[in-house]
Design a protein around this ligand. Sequence first.
Ligand code: HEC
Length: 143
Amino acid sequence: MRKFLLLGAVALLASAGLARADAPTSVELRQTGLDLVNGSFGGIRAVVAAKGDVKTLESPAKAIARFAALMPGLFPKGSDAGTKAKPEIWSDMDGFVKAAAGLGAASTKLAELAKAGDAEGVEAQVKLVGAACAACHNAYRAK
Ligand code: HEC
């Protein structure tokens, strides 16, 4: 009984972000990366809504673009079990790669506009980045 409680506590700690030294799986890497992308994008939208300094958004926008470039490689065949990855990712890998490239292009453009301090351009581009997330989710992520 005590052993089970201990195991439960360990599992809880692990899911709450306890660091480990063994290599992460593709599923862990992509889900963690997408959580970070989500946080970065939320921060970007908050700065835009608050009419903050858009120059500070270059770095999070670049980070999203870099992650987008890695995405197709984080979905190896057979890595859908217990996740929200739809089988369409593998039956239509070209479309999935295109959707990831769409996010890459939209967030690269966002980084350029941010660097230039173009607040209006950033505001419009944020919508296109959001559309790139939604386009992929609609086709390739289960509800
Ligand atoms: C190329 C396709 C694609 C793009 C582009 C994409 N996503 Fe996703 N996203 C997915 C898929 C597929 C999953 C489900 C992954 C899984 O369950 O392993 C997912 C899952 C997520 C999750 C849940 C992660 C978790 O902890 O399980 C979040 C949050 C998320 N996406 C946010 C975003 C945001 C924000 C953007 C845009 C800035 C974005 N995604 C762009 C395909 C995409």
